[in-house]
Design a protein around this ligand. Structure first.
Ligand code: HEM
Ligand code: HEM
Length: 128
């Protein structure tokens, strides 16, 4: 299947690290911490989670690279920026976008469940 999936996760992780650190520096400079939860989740849901996904998909490419993993990658890549941009808008006072934050969070949750399924099903099979 797609051996490049791990590398794609890692490339996206590096983009999130750059944006997350830039926002952190901006918050420190401006003393405006309104977007701190956005900063935290750009770095944790973006950089940390995506880098781990990339390392795991690279390490276990033979077991994890399948159609499900492709679907999971795209769900995560589409939902994460929607969630974080909507969260930023919400924290800046736009209460109307709250459902968008909620729905995008649920889609990220679905992505995590697909990852769980892939790991439990295929890593267990590989070990056995
Ligand atoms: C140069 C890099 C970074 C700078 C300048 C920076 C700056 C900040 C600032 C100013 C805050 C707000 C503190 C406050 O509310 O009192 C913060 C919070 C936080 N940062 Fe960073 N940060 C950086 C990198 C990172 C990285 C790489 C991660 C994670 C991998 C991270 C995770 C967090 C978390 C979890 C919080 C707590 C957010 C909250 O209190 O709601 N930061 N950071
Ligand atoms: C769809 C996924 C996620 C959702 C919906 C979510 C939601 C939340 C919410 C509602 C809070 C409380 C924010 C506040 O009190 O201001 C929070 C805090 C936090 N989350 Fe998440 N989270 C998600 C994923 C993650 C992941 C993957 C990590 C770590 C890898 C993480 C790490 C944290 C941390 C460290 C805090 C505390 C930050 C602080 O000090 O305010 N979250 N999250």
């Amino acid at each position: 299947m797609d051996k490049g999936l791990g590398l794609r996760w890692i490339k996206m992780a590096a983009v999130y690290l750059t944006v997350g650190v830039a926002l952190g520096i901006h918050m420190g400079k401006s003393h405006d911490f309104v977007l701190a939860p956005v900063h935290a989740h750009i770095n944790l849901l973006g950089w940390a989670t995506m880098a781990l996904m990339g390392v795991l998909h690279h390490l276990f490419a033979a077991q994890l690279a399948n159609k499900l993993a492709q679907v999971q990658f795209w769900l995560h890549q589409v939902a994460t920026p929607v969630m974080l941009i909507a969260l930023a808008a919400m924290l800046m006072g736009n209460a109307a976008v709250e459902p968008v934050v909620g729905i995008a969070s649920l889609v990220v949750g679905v992505s995590v469940l697909l990852f769980l399924y892939n790991v439990l099903r295929n890593l267990r099979a590989a070990a056995g």
